[in-house]
Every structure is written in structure tokens, then in C-alpha cells.
Design a protein around this ligand. Structure first.
Ligand code: NAD
Length: 348
């Protein structure tokens, strides 16, 4: 396959591209606008592969999308380009509406035009894989309920509402136009190359610089954590073997309270980079995020049963690898933060 990956310079997109280029014979066209969250340095390990091409394009730019489809003639699209940070969506929802909703619509239309012109055999094998989040389902009330593929949508933040809208558009293009689409909804990812505005990299870097480790509210929010390379493998399974029209939930079976996550990072750092005081003493409780969902948890049984995918990392092994990576890659961290963002509080 030749796969057009949107958002391939981001955290998950770059893991998807590294996985495809290193472990399959498929080729990749990476289409990315390169916002603050997109870094081509995350692809240095694979960017000189002959099977790799890069196009700096905004998914809202229809003419450029048409050009990319005509030039590269992909067999599949994996759509990851998005504004992805809930806190930023609280401060400035416009970019989320533009990229996540209008951008997805524009990409669907460009894909539909290209797909309509394919021959019957190519039409049958083509697929549009939309990568989404478990946040579209909203908050789980109980301590044992799980999100399934049929849980109704109840998004809480501008980010999750914009992702929910994009999921609805993708389903409508399947139902109305017959565009062969598949959707995946995944829990919180963590791992290497994660922009340090998100909890895990932010805490690792702040801890090492002796800065406060901010915990929103009481830190009792529960997330189901998945190592990003496990997600990348799941996404490749879905794009290559998934059934058109289906939705697959992806999760790590790792439910943790935010406070537990931060304490575990501190314990790993106490061992690997000991300082005079326990890193946990840097933990600071700050005002909670407005509208903060308390608990997300995924039932990933369908993808396990139907496509034979399971996560390979536990939270303990994945978090250890992540901390090791941040310790070894300080230059990447410095360079991606060269812009205006300095790990300050957003979305308060
Ligand atoms: P990210 O913010 O790290 O990367 C997003 C990428 O999209 C960046 O490279 C950025 O430059 C690019 N982009 C943004 N706007 C664009 C536009 N208009 N045109 C072209 N490119 C654009 O995000 P991520 O964490 O890698 O998430 C990727 C996808 O996975 C998103 O759709 C997100 O909703 C979804 N997702 C993320 C998580 C998570 O925990 N990070 C969990 C589940 C689902």
C-alpha cells in the first residue's frame, strides 16, 4: 500500500510512520501543516527512506489536497491531523473547529473525489481510516463501566466536541456516499516524542528542572493509558485488516489516577536521577480544568477478538521506556519548545 498519513509529524502520526516504514513494505506520504505540535525531527530515523515523502499542506486547503492525491495516488488515508490539546481548546476553540471539523470535511471531500475516479478494483480496496479519541464519549460515572463502540457520544470540551463532529462527518460520508471509512477511538497515549504540554512529558521535564509538578484539582481523574507504539501497531492492523464501516476502540487496560501517574514518574526519577529531595515534594495542586472529565476507560475487546491486537507494554514498562527516552533526548525537547510555549498553565 501507499498510505497518505495526515498529521504525521505529530506525536502519534510520527509513531505510525516509523512503524510502517521500519516494519512493512508499504510506503508513506506524510501530509502535515507543521503547527507548533508538528516536528519533522520526530521522523529523522526514517525520513531518508525512499518509501517516504513529505508534503507541508493544511488539510483545510482543498486545492493542495487535490494536488497531493493526484500526484501520489494513495491506496489508503490514515487521518490523524488535528488540534489535540484540551487546554488549548479552552483558550482558543477556533483552531479546533477549523482543523478538526472543517479540515476533516475538506479532506473527506478531496478523498471522495479521488476515490470516485478510481477503477472498481481500486475502489474496493481503498480505505479512509479516521483516528479519533475516547473523549468523544464524555465522562464515565461508575468505577467499573467501560466505553464500548456503541456508547453514545457526550463530549465535554471544545476539543472532544470537535472530534465527535469529525467522527459524525466520517460516518455520514460512509452512509451517504459509500466512502469506505473505518474509525478508531483510542484512550490517552504516552511515550517518546510527546510534545511537553501533555501531563507525562511535562512532569518529567519540570521535575528535572526543579519546577513545580502541577496536578489539576485533586489529581483523582482516571485515564486509561496506552503506549504510543502499541497504538501505532493497532492502527496499522486496522488500516490493513479492519472491516469497512466498523469502529474499533483501542485502549491499554491501564486505568490510573493522574496523581498516581505523577507519583510513579517521581519514583522512577528518584531511582534514575537521584537528587537530595524526593521529586514528589515538587507536586503542587492547582485549580482544576473547567469541565474536566473524571473517568475514561476503554473496552478494547472488539479489536482484540476480531483483529488479534493486544498492547505489549504494561504501564510500568511503557513509563520506564518513556522516562528513559526523555532523559536521553533533551535536545529534541529543547528544540520543540523553541517557540513561544514554555510549559506555562493553559486552559485555566
Ligand atoms: P499532535 O498534536 O501531537 O499532532 C497533530 C499533528 O497534526 C501535528 O503534526 C500538526 O502539525 C498536524 N496538524 C494540525 N493541524 C493541521 C492541519 N490543519 N493540516 C495538516 N496538519 C495539521 O496530536 P497526536 O497526539 O499525535 O494525535 C493525533 C490524532 O490522534 C489526533 O486526531 C487526536 O485527536 C487523536 N488521538 C490522540 C490521543 C492522544 O492521547 N494523544 C488519543 C486518542 C486519539
Amino acid at each position: 500500500m501507499k498510505i497518505l498519513v495526515t498529521g504525521g509529524a505529530g506525536f502519534i502520526g510520527s509513531a505510525v510512520i516509523r512503524n510502517i516504514l521500519e516494519n512493512t513494505t508499504d510506503s508513506v506520504v506524510n501530509l502535515d501543516k507543521l503547527t507548533y505540535a508538528g516536528n519533522l525531527e520526530s521522523l529523522l530515523l526514517v525520513s531518508d527512506y525512499p518509501k517516504y515523502a513529505f508534503e507541508q499542506v493544511d488539510i483545510c486547503d482543498r486545492a493542495e489536497l487535490d494536488r497531493v492525491f493526484a500526484e501520489h495516488k494513495p491506496d489508503a488515508v490514515m487521518h490523524l491531523a488535528a488540534e489535540s490539546h484540551v487546554d488549548r481548546s479552552i483558550d482558543g476553540p477556533a483552531a479546533f473547529i477549523e482543523t478538526n471539523i472543517v479540515g476533516t470535511y475538506t479532506l473527506l471531500e478531496a478523498t471522495r473525489q479521488y476515490w470516485s475516479g478510481l477503477d472498481e478494483q481500486q475502489k474496493l480496496s481503498f480505505r479512509f481510516h479516521h483516528i479519533s479519541t475516547d473523549e468523544v464519549y464524555g465522562d464515565l460515572e461508575g468505577t467499573t463501566d467501560l466505553f464500548t463502540e456503541t456508547t453514545s457520544y457526550e463530549p465535554s470540551s471544545p476539543y472532544s466536541a470537535s472530534k465527535a463532529s469529525s467522527d459524525h462527518l466520517v460516518r455520514a460520508w460512509l452512509r451517504t456516499y459509500g466512502l469506505p471509512t473505518i474509525i478508531t477511538n483510542c484512550s490517552n497515549n504516552y511515550g517518546p516524542y510527546h510534545f511537553p504540554e501533555k501531563l507525562i512529558p511535562l512532569v518529567i521535564l519540570n521535575a528535572l528542572e526543579g519546577k513545580p509538578l502541577p496536578i489539576y484539582g485533586k489529581g483523582d481523574q482516571i485515564r486509561d493509558w496506552l503506549y504510543v507504539e502499541d497504538h501505532a501497531r493497532a492502527l496499522y492492523k486496522v488500516v490493513s485488516e479492519g472491516v469497512i464501516g466498523e469502529t474499533y476502540n483501542i485502549g491499554g487496560h491501564n486505568e490510573k489516577q493522574n496523581i498516581e501517574v505523577v507519583q510513579t514518574i517521581c519514583e522512577i526519577l528518584n531511582e534514575l536521577v537521584p537528587q537530595q529531595t524526593d521529586y514528589k515534594e515538587q507536586i503542587t495542586f492547582v485549580t482544576d480544568r473547567p469541565g474536566h472529565d473524571l473517568r475514561y476507560a476503554i473496552d478494547a475487546g472488539k479489536i482484540e477478538r476480531e483483529l488479534g491486537w493486544k498492547p505489549t507494554e504494561t504501564f510500568a514498562t511503557g513509563l520506564r521506556k518513556t522516562v528513559d527516552w526523555y532523559l536521553a533526548n533533551n535536545n529534541w525537547c529543547k528544540r520543540v519548545q523553541d517557540g513561544s510555549y514554555q510549559r506555562e498553565r493553559l486552559g485555566a
